[in-house]
Ligand binder design. Structure first.
Ligand code: 5GP
Length: 177
């Protein structure tokens, strides 16, 4: 299927995202007031969210690292078979890790990631996902921070791709049926 951005309905505008991310930032700032935060951004889809979120967290001991994951599947359905395309550059042992994800759908990708990172002995590990699609859950994962809970629709934009396109949209849209 070929699509263009005029076929998208806006689900969350740039302003909706700004407001909610500010709230998430304030919540994280309060929760981590007395300890370090080591933010891990799951590439590729989480890069705009990470950039906007960390700038809403006032904290003098916040560090950032990146990890690349790619889940095999077709353009719109993840298979649960996950491949690490890029590993962390900083050890996480003893750190308060906060994983930043764009979307949790079946939970299979996050489950894989948690199992992998647990073996590296972080002090604490929490998840912050911008979007959660609960209707497809196959593996339950504990999400401390959720931006928006959404229905079972394929969303695009603000980091989320359709066959590697549309990550640059400043809003999140759904393909008009
Ligand atoms: P899960 O393993 O939780 O099913 O899916 C995780 C990955 O599937 C996400 O990180 C994302 O790459 C992709 N994904 C799931 N739902 C969507 C969606 O609605 N839109 C886009 N663009 N990617 C999605």
């Amino acid at each position: 299927m070929d699509i263009s951005s005029d076929q998208l309905d806006v689900l969350f505008s740039a302003e909706d995202l700004r407001i909610r991310i500010k709230e998430l930032g304030a919540q994280i700032e309060a929760d981590y007031k007395d300890r370090d935060i080591h933010v891990i951004c799951v590439l590729k889809g989480s890069f705009p969210f990470l950039a906007d979120l960390v700038r809403q967290i006032k904290h003098d001991n916040l560090s950032v690292d990146f990890l690349g994951l790619s889940s095999y599947g077709n353009e719109t359905k993840s298979s649960g078979v996950v491949r690490m395309t890029q590993d962390l550059t900083i050890p996480i042992e003893g750190k308060n890790v906060l994983i930043i994800e764009d979307i949790i759908d079946t939970g299979l990708t996050m489950h894989y990631l948690l199992e992998n990172l647990k073996t590296r002995l972080p002090k604490t590990m929490e998840i912050c996902t911008l979007l959660h699609k609960p209707s497809n859950t196959e593996k339950e994962v504990d999400m401390k921070y959720v931006g928006f809970t959404i229905p079972n629709k394929f969303v695009i934009g603000y980091g989320l791709d359709y066959a590697e396109r549309f990550r640059n949209l400043p809003y999140i849209g759904v393909v008009r049926q």
